[in-house]
Design a protein around this ligand. Structure first.
Ligand code: ZN
Length: 138
């Protein structure tokens, strides 16, 4: 079995932002040489998430707005905000998830037409966010 790992580095510019990382993830799958297996896409952060959804500008704004509404940045009810100001981002990261797994079939990452892969930033801007892609298979 092959195991291939690649690190993708992303700079973010807004507090809430969706960064499309489909291309570098698919590049990692190609570089891996794996024909059939799985690809893990994992953000090494407690205040960001990885999601798969449609890359449409209106929807991207909708998701950002709903995530902000749901996680309530700055709320005085979040105890973590007494030592830091990003409880909302930790909560979003915990609930939305720091990873997604995709099948790899015949050398290609399998995803739906409306499933681009995004890093969901919730505590930006950040100079460097890291996403690890591990491709496993044969
Ligand atoms: Zn924190």
């Amino acid at each position: 079995m092959k195991v291939y790992t690649k690190e993708i580095k992303v700079r973010t510019h807004e507090r809430f932002e969706l960064i499309d990382i489909t291309d570098p993830v698919e590049e990692a799958v190609r570089e891996s040489g794996v024909r059939n297996g799985i690809a893990l896409v994992f953000a090494t952060h407690a205040t960001a998430a990885v999601i798969a959804n449609e890359h449409e500008q209106g929807l991207i704004e909708d998701i950002k707005n709903k995530v902000a509404e749901f996680t309530e940045p700055g709320s005085s009810k979040w105890r973590h905000n007494m030592i830091d100001d990003n409880a909302h981002a930790h909560i979003g990261s915990a609930l939305f998830g720091q990873e997604r797994i995709f099948p790899v079939v015949n050398g290609r990452l399998v995803r739906g037409v409306w499933q681009n892969i995004f890093l969901l930033e919730m505590d930006g801007p950040r100079h460097e966010r890291r996403v690890i892609v591990t491709v496993l298979g044969e």
